[in-house]
Design a binder for this molecule. Structure first.
Ligand SMILES: O=C(O)CCC(=O)C(=O)O
Length: 502
């Protein structure tokens, strides 16, 4: 991309020239826009997932029910549709004018209440008689609505194939990421246990500067409206932190203190205006701030898979060290210091080492099952030309790589780590996960005719001789490496080739 520097103004703000110099960002370029229908899955992987580059995709939202039901003929959000059909849902709403720690203050209300507020806000009927406590400087923004979990039958949209290899949400459909025995509540956990969201906000609503949860990838589709995005590449992210690398800038358009954030002026941003029916892909670890330039409804998923698993581990390890450092002074008087660090890690980051290890072990087992079934299907004639086999091998290599990194650190305090390949295979939930993953990998073209891999799951899987091996019981990252290596040796005629996609 050609690099050039220009200045960007705060969205929707009349600004004098002096102010522009003070608040302007250095813009080094814009995000590429491509027609998603003209890009193959492997091209998408190679150009954006592997290179960790943002892109805007057009042409991928045809036929979405959301685009019909949620939008009026003039392109405005169909607010009354939401009140009528989903009005009783309870949602989280951000007050865009009020900061609370590193995010905006959140309040809970029903969708009907939010829509009533929005209609009142838009008609600018705010005066002293208003029933709402917020004013026009504090617009409310509905965020993180777990719409798919709440309305699974409604089928508002289908996830575009580029984003379907989503281990995070596939896992959370079947299992919980972290179960804290002290705070666990069945109902709450289930309704909040995914990373598929709807966002709705009037013109002027916005999201502060951040990098995504778990350093996942995200994609965000504009059902209606327009968003302005500002992105900072991971290699420049230190520039938006304070001197201690503890606290990052909240709003890049507001009073950024040069003393506190000395690197900010040097940061070079990518800018993007995302229109209706466009999907933006947000890569791992890119800081971004987002402004709704019009009344906007968007659908947004966070996700990770073998291509960005290392980002998740790096964040977890960094957060663990921070959690440890934070309570270092009570180490000597603490009975279970390591256990406390892990509890704090789970509370702050959403998972701890044990959760992540069980997660990668489970996906390793599922990929081993799929590899085994492919081999059986082809009666051992499969070669590394099979894109599916290559992808599965790539997944296993990625999980193995993380297990190696985990192996190199002291996991004392994680004695709870234990999982068993054989027991997983006997478990119907795990078999469902394998089936969904197998269906997902139909996005990868096969040169030969291949039966639906998932049909084989109804067969007896117990003849997988891997599970009879002593490596079947996995109690540590090292055990997982041994199990994957065992499979790689057994299927060496496939696994010795490099992944076609990776
Ligand atoms: O649309 C927004 O307001 C924020 C979305 C976002 O930050 C994301 O997708 O990561």
């Amino acid at each position: 991309m050609r690099h050039f520097i220009l200045f960007s103004l705060p969205p929707n703000k009349e600004t004098t020239e002096t102010e522009t110099q003070k608040m302007g960002l250095k813009i080094g370029g814009h995000i590429e826009k491509v027609n998603g229908k003209e890009v193959s899955y492997s091209q998408f992987v190679e150009r954006y997932l592997v290179k960790n580059q943002p892109v805007v995709l057009t042409g991928l939202m045809d036929g979405w029910r959301a685009c019909k039901d949620w939008v009026l003929d003039d392109g405005q959000p169909n607010l009354s549709f939401f009140s009528t059909h989903f009005g009783n849902s309870t949602v989280q709403v951000a007050d865009c004018g009020t900061r609370e720690f590193t995010d905006q203050k959140r309040v809970e209300m029903s969708v009907s209440e939010f829509i009533d507020y929005w209609l009142e806000f838009s008609s600018k009927e705010f005066d002293n008689a208003s029933t709402h406590e917020f004013d026009a400087k504090s617009p409310l923004y509905l965020k993180d609505w777990h719409f798919v979990k709440e309305y699974p039958e409604y089928l508002a949209y289908t996830t575009p194939p580029f984003f379907q290899d989503d281990w995070l949400n596939l896992c959370l459909d079947k299992y919980r990421m972290h179960k804290d025995p002290d705070t666990y509540q069945e109902k709450n956990e289930i309704s909040c246990s995914d990373y598929r969201f709807v966002y709705m906000g009037a013109k002027g609503t916005w999201t502060p500067l951040h990098a995504d949860v778990f350093r996942s990838y995200s994609w965000s589709a504009n059902v209606c409206g327009k968003k302005q995005w500002h992105f900072l590449s991971p290699c420049q992210c230190h520039l938006v932190f304070d001197r201690n690398m503890k606290c990052s800038i909240y709003d890049i358009f507001k009073d950024v203190s040069e003393t506190k954030f000395p690197g900010f002026e040097k940061a070079i941003w990518l800018e993007c205006t995302q229109e209706q029916n466009e999907i933006i892909f947000v890569p791992s670890g890119w800081y971004h701030q987002v402004h709704n330039l019009e009344d906007t409804i968007s659908i947004n998923h966070n996700w990770f898979n073998a291509y960005n698993l290392c980002w998740v581990w790096d964040l977890l390890f960094r957060d663990y060290n921070e959690a440890k450092e934070y309570i270092e002074d009570i180490k000597d008087i603490c009975d279970d210091f390591e256990g406390l660090c892990q509890r704090n890690l789970a509370a702050n980051t959403g998972m701890n080492f044990q959760d992540f290890f069980i997660f990668i072990a489970r996906f390793s087992f599922a990929n081993l099952v799929l590899l085994y079934l492919l081999v059986r299907e082809y009666e051992n004639s499969i070669r590394s030309s099979s894109q599916r086999a290559c992808h599965i091998v790539f997944n296993l290599k990625s999980a193995r790589n993380i297990a190696l990194k985990m192996k190199s650190i002291d996991l004392t305090g994680n004695s709870g780590i234990s999982t068993n390949f054989k027991e997983n295979i006997e478990d119907s939930t795990f078999r469902e996960l394998c089936a969904v993953l197998g269906r997902t990998y139909r996005i990868l073209p096969e040169s030969c005719k291949l039966n639906d891999i998932t049909e084989a799951l109804s067969d007896d899987l117990m003849d997988i001789d891997l599970i009879e091996s002593s490596a079947s019981h996995v109690c540590s990252p090292e055990d997982l490496v041994i199990l994957i290596d065992y499979a790689f040796t057994k299927f060496s005629y496939i696994t010795s080739g490099e992944s076609a996609l990776g």
